[in-house]
Design a binder for this molecule. Structure first.
Ligand SMILES: [Zn+2]
Length: 319
């Protein structure tokens, strides 16, 4: 190991019987050519065709310098050597970081199964249809926490880099979630596992700043269904006076709870409306009407996200 000349052997990925040392940044990973070749045709070719630049041997291992992000390479190798690695990635932010890192290299080294698995894991947190989004528990008023979605920054950056259709499809929701992050996260970026920060590009940061205002307006429009107007109660209502009084109470409560003034226009407040309607004595018909009207208004916002963030050009480029 003394022969590594300023390189740091990876603590996680250093097999003493390995026969190749991959170097990215100042990180060195001692692994097996056979394992890498089994997963990746790009590595297979690299090891089959004699590489004059790999003449250097340390400890009997060929040394291969890669221009990759060391953290991404660590994620990729961890996933190769430990098939439960992905499942252990824990919280949404870590999943996004690990998945984005693996995606970047799985795409480059043509490891289809890892690419697909990473997309699959991301799609669980970033649904691409309104119905799936609306029925995902983490996007319901309680327990929704904007800060839990800081991993969106990783997703946006990898989607920008690879520009594959399945990742571009997740961009509108990722931008929406980024808009809900506080200024510190948005400007200084989300912390990576190695302590560095992952930031949005200046253009994407601008999209979020402009998007916040658009979402606030959209939320204002969507929540007009809580205003005290006759169309906001059900045509089948037989207790109109009582339901009007309840609607007024719900609207005042929404004002006080910042539901009308926030930019989280897509947070599912259906269960909140349902609970208020029930406890305050609104009839079932009006309660359902209220929830459905708000849900329909949110669907319009969802369909407009590409426009809000000016993402239309990506749709064309991926065709
Ligand atoms: Zn009613």
């Amino acid at each position: 190991m003394g022969l590594l000349h300023g390189l740091t052997p990876s603590r996680a990925i250093w097999y003493s019987d390995g026969n190749v040392i991959l170097v990215a940044g100042n990180q060195a990973f001692r692994v097996h050519k056979g394992i890498l070749s089994q997963y990746s045709p790009v590595f297979r070719d690299l090891f089959t065709i004699p590489q004059p630049q790999c003449e250097l041997l340390i400890d009997g291992c060929a040394v291969v310098h890669l221009p990759d992000d060391p953290l991404h390479l660590e994620f990729l190798l961890s996933a190769m050597y430990d098939r439960s690695f992905f499942n252990g990635a824990g919280k949404s932010q870590q999943i996004a970081e690990v998945a984005a890192g693996i995606l970047a290299l799985a795409h480059k080294y043509n490891i289809e199964s890892f690419y697909e698995e990473a997309v699959y894991r991301l799609a669980e947190d970033y649904p691409t249809t309104f119905d799936r989004f609306h029925s995902t528990e983490q996007y319901t008023l309680d327990p929704f926490e904007a800060a839990h979605h800081a991993g969106s920054i990783f997703l946006i950056n990898v989607a920008r880099r690879l520009r594959t259709p399945e990742l571009l499809e997740m961009l509108p929701l990722a931008f929406y979630l980024c808009c809900l992050l506080d200024g510190d996260l948005l400007v200084h970026g989300v912390k990576r596992s190695n302590g560095e920060r992952e930031k949005l590009s200046p253009d994407d940061l601008r999209r979020c700043i402009d998007g916040k205002e658009e979402l606030m307006k959209a939320n204002g429009a969507a929540t007009t269904c809580l205003a005290l107007s006759p169309g906001n109660l059900s045509e089948d209502c037989t207790t109109l006076d009582e339901c009007k009084a309840v609607l007024l109470a719900i609207m005042l409560d929404a004002f006080e709870s910042d539901i009308l003034s926030a930019c989280d226009a897509l947070t599912n407040i259906g269960p909140w409306i349902e609970e208020k309607a029930k406890t305050l004595g609104m009839c079932d018909s009006c309660g359902d009407h209220l929830r459905n009207t708000h849900r329909d208004a949110q669907k319009v916002i969802w369909n407009d996200l590409r426009g809000i963030f000016n993402l239309h050009e990506h749709k064309h480029s991926s065709d």
